[in-house]
Write a new protein. Structure first.
Length: 164
């Protein structure tokens, strides 16, 4: 049976629980305790017991995106998360733009719901999706982190573009 392991990492976002399968990152959580992460894993991977273990931390602060394991998520959520992962570093899109990209124009609120329940941040860069009305939302309850991450990405992108 394939591995389902989890561990705690230190990151630029603070402590982070990460769960992985052999296919990739299955879940992330900024909670103090791994209980919510583990409950979600048990729902998505019935019959498999998450085990404490080593997880790959190289991607967390490196800016790249790791492979993800989207099994156990709805087809809509999988499509949303794949579209969000295609948003380039330092850029933003609206919920409506993501809805259009996945062939569901008019489903901006449903995209917002998928983002609100996303178990994969930062492997799915949810902070790059913003409201059309004001550009910000209470993403994860922490708009300050969203702004900080976007500022850092834009600064990195600007530095990198000077060397092209």
């Amino acid at each position: 049976m394939p591995s389902l392991r989890f561990g705690r990492l230190d990151s630029r976002l603070g402590p982070l629980w990460v769960a992985e399968t052999d296919a990739g990152v299955a879940a992330c959580s900024r909670s103090e305790s791994p209980e919510a992460l583990l409950a979600g894993l048990r729902r998505r991977f019935p019959g498999r017991q998450p085990e404490p273990g080593d997880v790959d931390a190289t991607w967390v602060d490196g800016g790249g995106l790791p492979p993800v394991d989207l099994r156990g998520l709805s087809p809509f959520d999988r499509a949303v998360y794949a579209a969000v992962r295609s948003v380039p570093i330092g850029e933003t899109v609206t919920y409506g733009e993501i809805a259009a990209r996945i062939g569901s124009p008019g489903a901006a609120r449903a995209v917002g719901g998928a983002m609100a329940r996303c178990p994969l941040f930062p492997a799915v860069p949810c902070h790059r999706v913003v409201r059309a009305s004001d550009g910000w939302s209470g993403w994860g309850g922490d708009v300050a982190i969203k702004r900080r991450l976007l500022r850092a990405e834009r600064a990195t992108k600007s530095r990198d573009s000077r060397h092209v």
